[in-house]
Ligand binder design. Structure first.
Ligand code: GLU
Length: 509
């Protein structure tokens, strides 16, 4: 029987969750759901110097908003907890000690000053930033270099020490990446990474391997930036747990801007975090607006992320979450960088707003109105307005501009659209329209349109010549849904007020 699929997203709580992070979540989630497996969220908080308070909460809120909730996590619980590495601290030392015992790791007693000295002493033109590696380790203060007695004495005295992996020399470490196929690394080029720090905390490298093992992870998907660390992880798997238990790896492609690598400025401009953050993003040193605040729908956000590096082999671009679960396969993720184009992202959102049920949009639209002081939004009215304007909105925030005229009489008019062709005939026509509308028994779009066209025909005016002025009268400019629909919604009195008010503006000057 094949093992139950278990995947994990393992963020470090060091800041906001950005595009790439959520895409990693999404691919993990889709893969787990497709295979009836479990999606685990593990907080990798062993590097206390980079810890940002609030970041963990932020990550959970993002997952909630996107609907990509884990099955197991510090908040959801699960059999394999605790799911915060800082709470698993006691577990790691034994593995590091085991590696020392087996000759794959060693105690390093070097002080920060020793390390600093190493970096200057061994610096050459050829090697400007020397690393603690096989060429240098025998010149340092560690258990490879000291006698057993000296080591014992240091340990007994409680001397602070790291445990470092002893990278083999001249070995090739290979593994099969689900996206990149066979990948190989020369071990001599990799430094002796610290596995356990002097404070007893593991580094990411040790913790990720131990926890993937203890949590029975079957597949590990993560960003391409972790590929250089993969040989260390593969060796740790080999030394500690045997390669046959190692998860299958997939390193996801980088996300690039339209012109190459995503810059910090792109991030600020396009709101790469999911939400605005309550802290300054350490990566951009500024407060950034997120996709949510920019007016994206979670459905659209997931959809656009899915396509950043994956497609199903057809031209299809709009996918629901259920379709993604059905069609997603990690082998179809490409290895080359995925270009993120914000304008294309907006296109996805527009498509999703169009497809969304009114019910699905109401809460956010009402909130947007409330923020702008419009609270007179009963349910029936909201249903009508959203139904009328949703096809015209790219971002949720557009709902305001696209429908504010339902609540407010225009203060200004696009006179250029009307004035050049304004004349007395039209003036008289609208005076008649007002009279007709005042008497109309039936206040609905169809009747209003019929009456309007009839008056035009009697006066030998082409309806097209008076429809635009009517629109400008009701909304102020050349935009908005069907003009008679607008009249129906704002009601008789308000329609007549607007026509009358606009007539004086059009006639003036
Ligand atoms: N803690 C790592 C991160 O912050 C996780 C990398 C991995 O998934 O192995 O991205």
């Amino acid at each position: 029987m094949s093992k139950k699929v278990r995947v994990r997203f393992a963020p470090s709580p060091t800041g906001g969750l950005h595009l790439g992070g959520v895409r990693t979540v999404l691919y993990n989630y889709l893969f787990a759901k497709k295979h009836g497996g479990d999606f685990i969220l593990r907080i990798e908080d062993t590097d206390q110097t980079r810890y940002v308070p609030g970041a963990e909460e932020y990550i959970f809120n993002c997952l909630k908003w996107t609907g990509l909730e884990p099955d197991e996590s510090p908040q959801h619980g699960g059999e394999y907890g605790p799911y915060r590495q800082s709470e698993r601290k006691a577990d790691y030392r034994q593995y590091a000690e085991q590696l020392v015992k087996d000759g794959h790791a060693y105690y390093a007693f070097d002080t920060p000053e020793d390390l600093e000295k190493m970096r200057t002493d061994f610096k050459t033109d050829h090697n400007p930033s020397p690393q603690y590696d096989h060429s240098i380790r025998m010149k340092m203060r560690n258990s490879l270099n000291l006698t057993a007695g000296e080591v014992k004495q240091l340990l007994d005295a409680g001397t602070k020490h790291d445990i470092r992996i002893k990278m083999p020399e001249n070995e090739t470490v290979s593994f099969t990446d689900m996206i990149r196929s066979e990948v190989s690394f020369e071990t001599s080029l990799v430094d002796d990474k610290v596995l356990l720090k002097a404070d007893g905390m593991p580094t990411y490298h040790l913790a990720v391997v131990v926890d993937d093992y203890l949590m029975k992870i079957t597949h590990a998907f993560r960003g391409e930036e972790w590929l250089p660390s993969a040989p260390v992880h593969v060796l740790l798997w080999k030394y500690l747990f045997g390669l046959e238990n190692m998860p299958q790896w997939a390193h996801l492609p980088l996300i690039l801007g339209p012109n190459g690598k995503l810059s910090k400025r792109d991030g600020a401009k396009y709101g790469f975090p999911v939400f605005a953050m309550s802290w300054t993003d350490p990566k951009t040193a500024e407060l950034t607006e997120g996709f949510k605040e920019k007016g994206f729908l979670p459905e659209a956000f997931i959809n656009l992320l899915a396509l950043l590096g994956w497609n199903d082999g057809t031209e299809q671009e709009i996918f629901t979450k259920e379709e993604l679960i059905e069609k997603f396969s990690i082998e179809r993720v490409h290895s080359g960088g995925a270009k993120f184009d914000y304008e294309k992202g907006k296109w996805f959102n527009h498509e999703w707003i169009k497809r969304s049920a009114i019910q699905n949009l109401k809460y956010e639209v009402r909130k947007l109105f409330a923020e702008k002081g419009i609270t007179d939004t009963n349910d029936a009215l909201m249903d009508k307005i959203i139904g009328l304007v949703k096809d015209r909105c790219t971002l949720l925030t557009d709902f305001y501009d696209q429908s504010v005229f339902f609540f407010k009489t225009p203060e200004q008019y696009d006179l250029n659209a009307v004035k050049p062709k304004w004349n007395e005939t039209k003036q008289l026509f609208f005076a008649e329209v007002i009279r007709n509308f005042e008497l109309s028994n039936d206040w609905n779009a169809q009747t209003l349109e019929n009456n309007f066209k009839e008056i035009a025909s009697i006066n030998q005016i082409k309806p097209g010549d008076v429809l635009l002025p009517l629109r400008v009268m009701l909304v102020g400019g050349k935009f908005g849904p069907g003009v008679f629909d607008i009249a129906e919604v704002i009601g008789r009195d308000e329609t007549i007020i607007r026509i009358t008010k606009a007539l004086s503006a059009f006639n003036a000057g």
